[in-house]
Ligand binder design. Structure first.
Ligand SMILES: C[S@@+](CC[C@H](N)C(=O)[O-])C[C@H]1O[C@@H](n2cnc3c(N)ncnc32)[C@H](O)[C@@H]1O
Length: 276
């Protein structure tokens, strides 16, 4: 009998298995951009046919997930070096090991937040509980749980692979609740252009058959965040292609360079950093 742990998810929760698998694949490549040994270990401990879960031809997305993870790790480390007593809200954390990869300063209070079933699985896979670390099963769309989080210090909100699955009212509610509660902070998120969101909506029947969700909201033009809540100002909105055109593997790099040269394509997906 296998002692691997079951992870029977569909819909938006299942997407965290795909990103985990992509990080594991990338970590096993010759020159990893991210290097996430936790992901490589977890895919061996979870009883899921990861290769089947991944849509055909999508293994190239390992570069995207790695470039995104690296960029967010660097921005987060920079914030924590300036605010070693910060609160971190890692929303839609899935099975990501960021808290363990970064090893935040001891004064940081780190909250890994995801939907309750995901956190229940996370608790089984990551039994370690470093000081200052909490895993919270709650929705980012109903942020009443923020009332339990210490609010006397700056906050870093990391929403990686999350906002595209939330509705606009949910994102507005979240932005408002965070900026109301904390004195200052930064928000890191990734966002797609409206045409990409529209494309996934047209592909919804196909995605549905695979138990996968389509995207709901476009935020690649980080400007919408400031329109929705003027307290947020943009620090950066970096096209993912900036990192992808530098990956070491020659074939994928040439593809990304060609895509980067197509007008209108460069900003299809951006990594954004905001402050309030
Ligand atoms: C694409 S995965 C990204 C997971 C992780 N950030 C990563 O990069 O591996 C999206 C995650 O968002 C979570 N999620 C979706 N809606 C959510 C909500 N309303 N509140 C909290 N988490 C949510 C899903 O359960 C899933 O773990």
């Amino acid at each position: 009998m296998s002692d691997r742990i079951d992870a029977d998810f569909t819909g938006v929760e299942s997407t965290m298995l795909i990103t985990l698998y992509l990080r594991a694949l990338e970590t096993r490549s010759a020159e990893p951009v991210l290097n996430d040994p936790y992901a490589a270990d977890l895919v061996d401990r979870i009883d899921v046919d990861f290769a089947r879960l991944l849509p055909r031809g999508a293994s190239g997305n390992r570069y995207t997930v790695a470039v995104r993870g690296r960029r967010f790790d660097d921005w987060a480390a920079d914030f924590l070096a300036r605010h070693p007593d910060a609160v971190v809200l890692h929303l839609g954390c899935g099975l990501d090991s960021r808290a363990f990869r970064l090893g935040p300063p001891p004064g940081v209070r780190w909250y890994d937040v995801d939907l309750p079933d995901v956190i229940a699985l996370r608790d089984r896979l990551y039994p370690q509980r470093p000081e200052g670390y909490t895993a919270l099963g709650a929705s980012a769309a109903q942020p009443d749980w923020l009332a339990e989080i210490p609010a006397d210090r700056p906050v870093l909100v990391v929403a990686e692979g999350l906002l595209m699955y939330l509705g606009e009212p949910d994102i507005r509610r979240l932005l408002g609740a965070v900026a109301d509660r904390f004195p200052s902070g930064e928000l890191l998120f990734d966002g797609f252009a409206p045409w990409v969101v529209g494309l996934t909506q047209r592909l919804a029947p196909l995605l549905d058959r695979r138990g996968l969700p389509h995207y709901t909201t476009a935020t690649a033009d980080g400007g919408v965040i400031t329109r929705w809540d003027p307290r947020y100002r943009r620090l950066a909105a970096v096209p993912i292609l900036d990192g992808l055109t530098r990956v070491s593997e020659r074939g994928p790099r040439a593809t990304y360079q060609a895509l980067n040269a197509i007008p209108g394509f460069r900003n299809f997906y951006r990594l954004c950093r905001f402050a309030f």
